[in-house]
Write a protein that binds this ligand. Structure first.
Ligand SMILES: NC(=O)c1ccc[n+]([C@@H]2O[C@H](COP(=O)([O-])OP(=O)(O)OC[C@H]3O[C@@H](n4cnc5c(N)ncnc54)[C@H](OP(=O)(O)O)[C@@H]3O)[C@@H](O)[C@H]2O)c1
Length: 185
């Protein structure tokens, strides 16, 4: 499905409570050697615009892959080995539920974003009705990696929108941004 109509992505995102945002290859790969397998500036901008002003929940390894905490967002890091006394605004939570409770108690914009990595995506996906929106960038490549995103079950999720981007001199691969909503039928 390709839809080129203007899309108020902020309003659409804000109508959901807990969203996952991810970029994965055609074979599901999201990471290699603790980092992203690609540099795709349009997808990075999409991530930054989508999550700005909201809470971003991520696993400890994903947090450690960043140069610094994501600015203009409440960074909530899931870890059982770190303690919640950093003093730099980054919050540490020992479970997804406690991470969500921190986000709900904050005054940040909706939705609460779950931003990986593989361990966190798979646990969130397994919890049936926890997440109500998946924003997935499908990178048109087959990649060798060591971390994957789980399959989206089309019986449980409905593709609400998609946008195509061709490869160019700044993007080694083309990609499709997809918005999947939980199927409530
Ligand atoms: N392409 C994308 O969109 C995307 C997005 C994000 C990340 N990534 C990539 O994914 C890779 C990292 O993913 P990963 O699966 O290796 O690690 P991860 O999910 O980022 O972090 C795993 C760590 O999170 C903590 N954790 C996991 N489940 C928890 C729970 N239920 N409660 C509390 N803490 C929990 C543990 O930390 P402790 O050991 O401290 O307890 C665990 O070691 C990197 O390559 C990164 O670049 C890709």
């Amino acid at each position: 499905m390709i839809d080129s109509a203007p899309f108020d992505f902020r309003a659409f995102h804000a109508s959901h409570k807990i969203a996952m945002i991810v970029a994965c290859s055609e074979n599901g790969v999201i990471g290699v050697d603790g980092d992203l397998p690609w540099r795709l500036p349009t997808d990075l901008r999409h991530f930054m615009r989508s999550t700005k002003g909201s809470c971003v929940i991520m696993g400890r390894k994903t947090f450690e892959s960043l140069d610094q905490p994501l600015p203009n967002r409440l960074n909530i890091v899931l870890s059982r080995s770190m303690s919640d006394d950093r003093g730099d605004g980054v919050r540490i939570a020992p479970s997804i539920e406690e991470g969500i409770a921190i986000a709900e108690a904050s005054d940040m914009a909706m939705p609460i974003w779950i931003a990986g990595g593989g361990h966190i995506y798979s646990q969130a996906m397994e919890q049936g009705d926890l997440v109500d929106l998946i924003v997935r960038t499908r990178v048109h490549a087959l990649i060798k990696g060591d971390v994957v995103f789980p399959e989206i079950d089309p019986k449980r999720w409905k593709l609400a929108r998609s946008e195509e981007f061709a490869a160019d001199d700044r993007h080694m691969f083309g990609m499709t941004m997809e918005w999947w909503v939980r199927n409530c039928e």
